[in-house]
Design a protein around this ligand. Structure first.
Ligand SMILES: NC(=O)c1ccc[n+]([C@@H]2O[C@H](COP(=O)([O-])OP(=O)(O)OC[C@H]3O[C@@H](n4cnc5c(N)ncnc54)[C@H](O)[C@@H]3O)[C@@H](O)[C@H]2O)c1
Ligand SMILES: O=P(O)(O)OC[C@H](O)CO
Length: 339
């Protein structure tokens, strides 16, 4: 995508599976893209060979993607900066870049988590740590499993920003024949959907690891969406966001796919692994492991009930046996359906 014939320039912070894939997405959309990562060997491989064999084996990156070790140079003269490091690391990565960031850049969070300690959403962390106005920040979230997108399988996503021009700029920077962005002003709703669906996917994975089938999965997904909606509405989100791509769309993809790290980690737990062993066996970033705690803290501070999230916290961090999870949820007082 070009502005007056000049390609947009973009930087991606994070050379893992999603950062590298999104760099390819933006290059396919016509941008000149530079990836920065903390892993020197991965950066060298992207720059030299156009590959990232650790995170995207078998994928050739488009010619428009290069990589650098110099993170300050990467963000200095660009139109868009996309951030794809683990949520709990975002503040440490971004804060030192406040004085290096291009004054014209929009910053888009690709991350799906809530910061431990502050309970902030990633757009809040991005704006605060870079010292920029929320209007320059966007979030991108939807049914976006990296490997499928790296293979250029069609999907759609949501780009949310309080500023429509920012959302449209980011959408232009990533739109292609296989990747369709929709804009949405509901930053809170889109972002919560992305973070909490990981927690729900852990619960679904646990149930499948215990040998439970599709009725259980559908129940957890559907009631999971209810508790995401409840939290979102308490924070002022738009009810229309939750049945959309960032809500139901991403829940379906993450809870159904064996490629999802959160789902996979849940399956390992359901089969009896310890959390530490499951984290190692899964590999990659399963954001729900940490964000389940910050999401629950946020909900508790608002008086919002999130029974599935609460049960996941108890299993992962408070020693509740996986066999007791279903009983805990089903023993709750009966109530009318709905949010
Ligand atoms: N993989 C996907 O399909 C996908 C899709 C949508 C959103 N996301 C989100 O994108 C974010 C990144 O996930 P990912 O899938 O790329 O994870 P990943 O595990 O594949 O890669 C994480 C990357 O972050 C780097 N990293 C770790 N700690 C760091 C630090 N302190 N400083 C700098 N870099 C650090 C790692 O070296 C690695 O390159 C997460 O919030 C995730 O929820 C992932
Ligand atoms: O692998 P996961 O569980 O982090 O999920 C990846 C994406 O968020 C799916 O949209």
């Amino acid at each position: 995508m070009t502005t007056q014939g000049v390609p947009l320039r973009a930087a991606v912070l994070g050379s893992g599976s999603w950062g590298t894939t999104f760099a390819a997405v933006m290059a396919d959309a016509g941008c000149d893209v530079t990836v920065w990562g903390r892993d020197a060997a991965t950066v060298d491989e992207i720059a030299r060979d156009g590959r990232n064999t650790r995170y995207l084996p078998g994928i050739d990156l488009p010619a428009g993607v290069t990589a650098t070790h110099d993170v300050r140079a990467a963000v200095a003269d660009v139109d868009v900066v996309a951030v794809a490091v683990p949520s709990q690391r975002a503040r440490d990565v971004l804060a030192p870049l406040a004085d290096a960031l291009s004054p014209r850049a929009a910053v888009v969070s690709l991350m799906k988590g809530v910061e431990l300690g502050t309970d902030q959403r990633m757009s809040e962390v991005v704006a605060q740590s870079l010292g920029i106005a929320p209007a320059r920040v966007a979030v991108l979230s939807g049914p976006n499993l990296a490997r499928e997108i790296a293979l250029r399988q069609p999907t759609a996503t949501v780009v949310a920003s309080t500023d429509d021009a920012t959302a449209r700029l980011v959408a232009r920077a990533c739109a292609s024949s296989y990747f369709r962005p929709y804009t949405n002003p509901d930053v809170v709703g889109v972002e919560l959907c992305g973070a909490v669906k990981n927690v729900i996917a852990l619960a679904v994975g646990i149930s499948q690891g215990r040998g439970m089938g599709f009725n259980t999965m559908a129940t957890v997904i559907t009631r999971g969406l209810v508790e995401i909606t409840r939290l979102g509405l308490a924070l002022g989100a738009d009810a229309e966001t939750f049945p959309g791509l960032a809500g139901m769309g991403d829940l379906m993809a993450t809870c159904a796919s064996p490629d999802s790290r959160n789902h996979t980690l849940g399956v390992h737990l359901g089969r009896g692994m310890t959390l530490d062993a499951a984290v190692v066996a899964t590999g990659g970033t399963a954001e729900g492991v940490k964000s389940c705690r910050s999401v629950l803290e946020l909900a508790t501070s608002l008086g919002v009930e999130m029974p599935i999230t609460s049960a996941v916290v108890r299993v992962l961090h408070e020693g509740l046996p996986v066999d007791d999870l279903a009983g805990l949820l089903l023993a709750r007082p009966h109530r009318a359906e709905g949010v």
